[in-house]
Structure formats: structure tokens, C-alpha cells
Design a protein around this ligand. Structure first.
Ligand SMILES: [Fe+2]
Ligand SMILES: [Fe+2]
Length: 250
């Protein structure tokens, strides 16, 4: 389902059913004044649906960039179809991703750029910054900040399950805010290392990341975009990480 988030930012995607609820597998699309940018490209298991949604949203516009948060299949698995449809697309990945994915066989190497955290690129009316993913399930994960919409694309971070496959509604009011429990359930499954973290340290790093940048939208791949009460959601995600950590010590 295509959902408008804010300004020129949209989410598309599908869900998979798990024993804990429905897990979104999203792709974010920034229209960027006729030179669209994709953030991740969905799973190969949703190929037909994702491509149909991309075609509907983009029309004749040709995406210029695909920015991958990391290389797992729910994030990069649809890359062969994207490359086939838009063979000139440029892909930006984090530094240790290339050996693991199919980017090399489907696109010429000159169209692939590896970046390190801190890299900023100017794309028309926006600056896109690649930042170290504070929650990562692969060493090469990075998060991405878009200056124009104030969106932080958080890969697997800030994910949460929804109650039904049709729950693709952007979080845009107090009625559908994400609870601490929802963050807890997801993060416990997605980040098996949480038993070893120092919760106060990761809380401090997350707060610094959000303080340093204009964050109006949190955009997880496994959960609808969050556009309200950013501070409250950050607080709840931080509390959820601490609760997961504590759950191993009981
Ligand atoms: Fe992942
Ligand atoms: Fe993921």
C-alpha cells in the first residue's frame, strides 16, 4: 500500500505474518523533484507487489539512487528487479556490504558506492547523511538522515509489529503511537545482543543522535513511519531496550 508520509516522502511495502504479529517490510521513496531516491528495496518474496507499487508511485520518473541500510534480503532482496527496470540506478551501500549481496552481479561496479558513517551527499534540495546504525544486526548497517523532511531511516531499529497485514498507516496521531511493549517485542527478536548492552550508554548515544539532527520522522523498515511525538517514541524505544536487557537478568 502506498502511504504518503510528509512532503515528498512515501512508504510502500508489504507485511509478513510472524508468531508475534505482522512485520512490515517497507521501502521508502523520496520523489526528490523528479530524481527519486529509494531507501531499501523490499524483499524478493514481495517482488511483484513492490514493483507494482513503485511503478504506480513513480510513474515515468526514473529513480536515481537506491540507498541500502544493509544487505539482508528484506532490505536488498528485490534489487535484481529494480536493476532490471532501472539499469542506470546508482546504489549506495555501507562499507562491508558488497561481499554479501547480489549488487555486483546485477549492476556494474561503477554504479555502486560504498560510504562510511559521516558521509553526506547533496541531492537537489536535500542533504542525505549516512550515520552509524546504533542498533545493527550486520556490521555494515547504517542509518540515513534526510535533511529536507527531517527523516531518520533506521533500518531494523525502531521496528515494531502491527496487529494486521493491512496496518500500513503512518503513525500520525496520539491514537496510534507505538507502545514501549511493541518496541520491546520487536527489538528482543531482531537484536539478540541486547542482553550484553549497557542500556544507559546506548540511551545516551541515541539521544545524541537525535539532538544533533532535525528528526521529525522516524522511518523504520519493519514498522510504519512515525511522524508524531518523536521525543516520546525515542523515550519508549530507549525504555524498551533497557527492559529487554533487564529481562535476561531475571
Ligand atoms: Fe536486518
Ligand atoms: Fe530487517
Amino acid at each position: 500500500m502506498i502511504q504518503h508520509i510528509t512532503d515528498d516522502l512515501y512508504q510502500i511495502g508489504e507485511h509478513v505474518q510472524t508468531e508475534h504479529g505482522f512485520e512490515a517490510v517497507l521501502t521508502y521513496v523520496i520523489l526528490n523533484d523528479g530524481n527519486p531516491i529509494l531507501i531499501d528495496c523490499g524483499s524478493h518474496i514481495h517482488r511483484d507487489s513492490v514493483m507494482a507499487q513503485l511503478n504506480e508511485l513513480l510513474g515515468e520518473a526514473i529513480p536515481e539512487y537506491l540507498l541500502l541500510t544493509h544487505s539482508e534480503l528484506p532490505h536488498a532482496g528485490n534489487i535484481a528487479s529494480v536493476a532490471e527496470k532501472w539499469p542506470n540506478i546508482k546504489v549506495i551501500v555501507s562499507n562491508v556490504m558488497l561481499p554479501y549481496i547480489e549488487v555486483l552481479p546485477v549492476l556494474p561496479l561503477k554504479q555502486i558506492t560504498q560510504v562510511v558513517p559521516g558521509t553526506k551527499i547533496e541531492l537537489k534540495s536535500r542533504t542525505v547523511e549516512f550515520v552509524d546504525a546504533l542498533l545493527k544486526d550486520q556490521p555494515g548497517s547504517h542509518w540515513i538522515h534526510d535533511s529536507r523532511t527531517g527523516t531518520l531511516f533506521t533500518g531494523d531499529g525502531f521496528g515494531y509489529m502491527t496487529d494486521s497485514a493491512g496496518s500500513q498507516t503512518v503513525i500520525n496521531g496520539s491514537a496510534n503511537e507505538v507502545s514501549q511493549t511493541a518496541f520491546e517485542v520487536y527489538h528482543k527478536i531482531a537484536f539478540r545482543f541486547l542482553r550484553w548492552i549497557k542500556p544507559e550508554r546506548i540511551a545516551e548515544d541515541l539521544r545524541k543522535m537525535f539532538t544533533k539532527r532535525n528528526v521529525q520522522v522516524i522511518a523504520p523498515i519493519h514498522g510504519n513511519a512515525i511522524t508524531v511525538n518523536i521525543t516520546g517514541h525515542l523515550d519508549r524505544a530507549i525504555a524498551a531496550l533497557a527492559a529487554v536487557n533487564a529481562s535476561y537478568k531475571k
